[in-house]
Design a protein around this ligand. Structure first.
Ligand SMILES: *[C@@H]1O[C@H](CO)[C@@H](O)[C@H](O)[C@H]1NC(C)=O
Ligand SMILES: *[C@@H]1O[C@H](CO)[C@@H](O)[C@H](O)[C@H]1NC(C)=O
Length: 362
């Protein structure tokens, strides 16, 4: 790459007003797109083993529990604000002075009963929004609530990153054999769960909230492999699956409308909620892959994986024995077929920062 994404991010932070107030700490909620170690600390396990190399090989040079070869979007954001990387909540004894990460890989927006009622099962159900909010509450009880006025200022001077959520709600349903049309009908419930969570943190005093949405599902090597052999008319000009990208679009449309309503409702309280459009960020990188120095011959292939058109095999995933990473992960968009590389996450963070407007009413 001509410029490293860390460098570009530094420049962008100088140019754009990032939030409408001071940021002394960050609280992150979400799933594997933002987990910095909770899943591996929980011992719950998952099909991708982010507790082993080559996970982490690029930046940390060891597996940290991040589902990437290096940093995640939240790591780039934290660095941009001059804050340390967020410690996972489940790391007992970690230093949480400048933020906590409650995200857990595999987490859904919805509670388990939504799925149980529809005959959808999980190997192990991971702590969803409701549980992550309980952790946040417990955290406040054990820290700033012990002092008078202690939490109010701390929370006001914090950035809340609420999401991404939804990927696991939709994909577990699809993998349980639910037709895509039915999964589309879950979008309002999933978005309602996200918005319900945002309301909870607003009630606890949050003023600056970034709400990222999912990546375009139809561009992920895992989905492209699962839908292999589809009608050529199912693919767009980037080689992604139109119907699966439209699922993400449906999620974004509703999320965007609901965020506008929240801003209107809480305007007088100085609350600002902004959408993090990871979908458009990713598509912009994919469309401009040459300019960013990516290997354009392998744009839709997993870097870490094996086999098939997309270098992805659900029986031999990244993190399993004998499955290796590509030689140049800095030139790859996709890491393990579901998650992205350090290089891509850096560019997504950059896009989100440059296109997030905290100062306007949306
Ligand atoms: C925790 O981190 C803060 C800065 O983020 C630092 O000032 C403080 O000394 C650290 N506390 C401990 C116990 O290391
Ligand atoms: C990326 O591609 C889009 C569409 O092809 C274009 O409009 C945009 O200017 C490009 N952005 C960058 C940063 O190159």
């Amino acid at each position: 790459m001509a410029f490293s994404s860390s460098f570009i991010i530094g420049v962008v932070f100088l140019l754009f007003p990032l939030t409408h107030g001071v940021i002394n700490s960050i609280f992150q909620f979400g799933d594997s797109l933002s987990d910095t170690g909770n899943l591996i600390a929980s011992g719950l396990g998952m099909q991708f083993d982010a507790g082993k190399l080559p996970y982490g090989e690029t930046f940390f040079h060891e597996a940290t529990g991040r589902f990437s070869n290096g940093r995640l979007v939240i790591d780039f954001l934290a660095s941009g604000y001059g804050l340390p990387f967020l410690e996972p909540y489940l790391n007992v004894g970690a230093n949480f002075t400048q933020g906590v990460n409650f995200a857990v890989a595999g987490a859904t927006a919805l509670d388990e009963d939504f799925f149980t009622k529809r005959g959808i099962s999980f190997t192990t159900f991971k702590p969803p929004i409701s549980k992550q909010l309980q952790w946040f509450n417990t955290y406040l009880d054990s820290t700033c609530r012990k002092t008078q006025e202690g939490c109010k200022k701390r929370i006001e001077e914090s950035l809340f990153v609420f999401g991404e959520y939804g990927g696991n709600d939709y994909f577990t349903s699809i993998n349980n054999g639910k037709p895509l049309e039915e999964v589309y009908s879950y979008v309002p419930s999933v978005v309602e769960a996200v918005i319900g969570g945002v309301r909870e943190i607003i009630k606890m005093g949050a003023k600056q909230i970034l709400v990222p949405g999912p990546y375009p599902f139809g561009c992920l090597p895992a989905q492209l492999t699962n839908s292999a052999g589809s009608d050529p008319a199912s693919y767009d000009n980037l080689g992604c699956l139109i119907d699966y990208n439209n699922l993400a679009n449906a999620h974004y449309n509703l999320l965007n409308d609901d965020i506008s309503s929240l801003n209107y409702e809480f305007l007088a309280e100085g609350v600002k909620v902004v959408l993090g459009d990871y979908r458009t960020a990713f598509l912009t990188v994919l469309r401009n892959a040459t300019g960013f120095g990516f290997d354009t011959a392998n744009l839709l292939k997993a870097c870490c994986g094996t086999g098939g058109e997309y270098n992805y095999d659900s029986n031999r995933l990244c993190g399993s024995d004998g499955v290796t990473a590509c030689a140049h992960p800095e030139q790859a968009l996709h890491w393990d077929g579901v998650h992205l590389t350090d290089a891509t996450y850096g560019l997504v963070a950059l896009y989100v920062l440059a296109n997030t407007h905290w100062d306007t009413n949306s």
